[in-house]
Design a binder for this molecule. Structure first.
Ligand SMILES: Cc1ncc(COP(=O)(O)O)c(C=O)c1O
Length: 387
């Protein structure tokens, strides 16, 4: 129940990867037949991944994952366009891979606008347009939020970026292979994706870089990945990523409908059986696999541990901040009350989740909430269950 953090590698993916550890171990840059086999696998994988977002295969750059893709897109575009301007626009609910990259650029003299979101976590395209100045070089908005699942109006923002001649980066780590993405009709210049969120191996991802868009590489080295990301390619993981992407893309429509149905069933059941519960994020415009509950008078971490003892793995925010007890920046952005931000629980579904799992969790959550509420002293005026 924590698929947004990571997912199990599918057996088909493991099978596709195995030969590339032994028989097909070549370096894709070598000229001999071992190298040629690796290079062919790389080429085929690039084609499969490009198809998922309607890109050309030479627009796909393999990286070590979503974090590196975000860094390469944002820093790469900022450094390459420094003479054009020093202003970037993003939202206040981006993943740390984007937010901390922006903060680093601010230390280097760039200016960043962090756009607010409404109570559902949606960015208003009008706010994007209003924030544009003559110095703006990049707009970076995530496709869907990893904590609350809200899907952003990417096409509308893409149109604005195009109209003003500004580069547009989209962090699609939570949507690649899950929602349909067309970099052409959405006017996207740079798009980040990661393999381990779609039942592929960890430590591999990609950055789509539209033909003609200039980015400065973050590393110095060889000519791999069209001179944009040096280093010997991780062929086995790339093959696994491509297999996972191919399966996710093929099954997307059916799987999305299945997960949406399971998601809504669990939401309905918990909201109707637990007093003082709410749904964080957008009621409809949200990822098919994402649920984020808020429970009055309950610490998310305590709930997580009780559910873990029942064999259910969930999250209280993004995995990257789960060792940090300060309220999530995403929940604070949609509701500035830190008490409410504390009592949140993220449940994210995926490939192996069945109807029976949902029934089990739907019974377990009310029990766990009740158990914690019985143990927790209520602070007058702060934690009223009847809201
Ligand atoms: C929206 C978003 N961006 C970026 C990342 C980072 O991806 P990776 O774990 O592949 O570095 C994540 C992972 O949680 C994410 O959810």
């Amino acid at each position: 129940m924590d698929y947004a953090a990571t997912s199990p590698v599918r057996s088909e993916v493991v099978k596709a990867m195995l030969p590339y550890f032994s028989q097909e171990f070549g370096n894709a840059s070598s000229l001999h037949s071992y190298g040629q086999a690796a290079s062919a696998a790389l080429r085929q994988s690039r084609e499969v991944i490009a198809k998922v977002v309607n890109a050309d295969s030479n627009e796909i750059i393999f990286t070590s994952g979503g974090t590196e893709s975000d860094n390469l897109a944002i820093k790469g575009a900022a450094y390459a366009n420094r003479e054009k301007g020093n202003h970037l626009i993003t939202s206040s609910i981006e993943h740390p891979a984007v937010l901390n990259t922006m903060k680093q650029l601010e230390k280097e003299g760039f200016k960043v606008t962090y756009l607010p979101v409404d109570r559902f976590g949606s960015v208003n395209p009008k706010d994007v347009e209003k924030a544009i100045t003559s110095k703006t070089i990049l707009i970076s908005i995530m496709h869907a939020n990893n904590e609350i699942g809200t899907i952003q109006p990417i096409k509308e923002i893409g149109e604005i970026a195009k109209k003003h001649g500004i580069l547009f980066h989209v962090d699609a780590v939570q949507t690649f292979g899950k929602l349909s993405i067309d970099v052409k009709t959405m006017n996207i210049d740079l798009l980040s994706a990661s393999s381990h969120k779609i039942c592929g191996p960890k430590g591999i991802g990609m950055l789509f870089v539209k033909k003609g868009v200039q980015i400065k590489p973050l590393f110095d080295g060889g000519a791999q990945e069209f001179h944009k990301r040096p280093g010997t390619e991780n062929v086995s993981s790339i093959v696994g990523f491509a297999k996972a992407a191919e399966l996710a893309h093929k099954e997307m429509k059916k799987e999305s409908a299945r997960l949406t149905r399971l998601r809504d069933k669990l939401i309905k059941s918990v909201l109707s059986s637990v007093k003082g519960s709410r749904l964080n994020g957008h009621p409809v415009n949200r990822l098919p696999n994402n649920i984020n509950f808020g429970f009055v008078g309950v610490e998310g971490e305590a709930l997580l541990l009780v559910l873990d003892s029942m064999g259910i793995a969930v999250s209280t925010g993004s995995a990257c901040s789960s060792h940090d007890l300060t309220p999530s920046h995403v929940l604070l952005a949609i509701n500035p009350d830190p008490v409410k931000a504390h009592g949140s629980l993220r449940v994210t579904l995926g490939h192996e989740i069945k109807e029976s799992d949902i029934a089990y969790v739907a019974k377990a959550i009310p029990k766990a909430v009740e158990q914690i509420r019985k143990m927790t002293p209520r602070i007058e005026g702060v934690t009223t269950i009847d809201e």
